[in-house]
Design a protein around this ligand. Structure first.
Ligand SMILES: NC(=O)c1ccc[n+]([C@@H]2O[C@H](COP(=O)([O-])OP(=O)(O)OC[C@H]3O[C@@H](n4cnc5c(N)ncnc54)[C@H](OP(=O)(O)O)[C@@H]3O)[C@@H](O)[C@H]2O)c1
Length: 283
């Protein structure tokens, strides 16, 4: 089945649906805030939980949703259950909900290095599961999420998952789950690498005499603008790079320093190493 097709029409399949987020930490909390801010789901239809209830009052008032102490009780109320806990807490969270889930519901798992098969094996038979790898820029509606359907997920389930994540950024669909570790390494962890690049470019600006705030804005906006050029023109990045490289000009001198420092191979190796780590965790 080609999941990338047929699932992109704009009719809302989320209307009236209730969503429970198990683990409203960094990414779960980001998703809840964005879904509310973009009015995708009303606060009365969104619930959350954390492992420790000590901060529930504070988190509940920050996010504006009801928090539950028992995952099993919360899961029964939801049409869609999103699991946003660390990989090492997945088994526990799944065992807490396994007796509350039916085939009328859908599970979305965000945990790195955790396969749909792992989730399906703990839950009752034929529960629709979709694995999603989002990233934190969901908070500013510039997230990148890759979805991968499990064996019992239909186009309808994929459409609902697409609607959740396309409300907070761009969505792609992969049929081959083996590639999800590379996705985790590239776009899931990607913002972490980009922040270092922005910070370093800004330091270069500071070294050359620019005030730090201005240098950070120049670096971040240049990164944003260049990214938009790649996504919106569809041009190869090398061609866009050539178009700003005047013969004997300033950019060429900067590029020579980047190449001398091995920027390309460093970035390639970073993704390769992070992919290896994701594979190691999943085993
Ligand atoms: N952060 C990212 O950019 C990102 C991007 C893509 C995917 N992910 C994936 O998302 C997952 C969460 O990452 P994170 O960075 O958001 O971690 P996090 O900030 O530590 O949040 C994890 C949350 O899960 C809660 N939790 C743990 N066990 C639970 C249980 N049995 N029932 C209810 N809640 C439970 C924790 O509660 P307590 O605080 O009470 O322990 C915490 O609120 C990970 O699997 C990660 O691979 C993260």
């Amino acid at each position: 089945m080609n999941f990338s097709q047929n699932s992109s029409d704009s009719t809302s399949s989320l209307s009236g649906k209730k969503i429970a987020v198990i683990g409203v930490g960094k990414i779960g909390g980001t998703l809840v805030s964005s879904l509310l801010k973009n009015k995708v789901i009303p606060p009365s239809h969104l619930f959350g939980s954390t492992r420790h209830s000590i901060n529930h009052e504070k988190i509940s008032s920050q996010l504006g949703i009801k928090l539950f102490t028992h995952n099993s009780e919360m899961a029964k109320l939801a049409d869609i259950v999103i699991l946003a806990v660390k990989p090492q807490n997945m088994k526990q969270a799944l065992s807490e909900i396994k007796n509350s889930i039916t085939t009328d519901q859908m599970i979305v798992t965000l945990a790195a290095a955790t396969t749909t098969r792992f989730v399906e094996e703990i839950l009752p038979d034929k529960i629709p599961v979709i694995r999603a790898m989002p990233n934190t820029p969901c908070l500013v509606n510039e997230g990148m999420t890759v979805l991968c359907p499990g064996k019992s997920a239909s186009l309808h389930h994929l459409k609902m998952a697409k609607q959740i994540f396309s409300s907070v950024g761009r969505v792609e669909v992969l049929d081959n789950e083996d590639l999800m570790d590379a996705v985790t390494a590239l776009s899931g962890s990607g913002p972490g690498y980009i922040y270092i690049m922005i910070e370093s470019l800004a330091e270069g600006g500071v070294k050359a005499g620019l005030p730090r705030d201005l240098a950070t804005t120049l670096a971040a906006q240049s990164m944003l603008g260049a990214s938009k050029m790649v996504l919106e023109t569809g041009e190869h990045p090398a061609k866009l790079k050539d178009s700003v490289t005047t013969p004997a000009g300033v950019t060429m001198d900067g590029i020579m320093e980047l190449e001398d420092g091995g920027i390309r191979v460093t970035l390639i190796k970073a993704i390769a190493k992070a992919t290896e780590k994701a594979k190691e965790i999943s085993q």
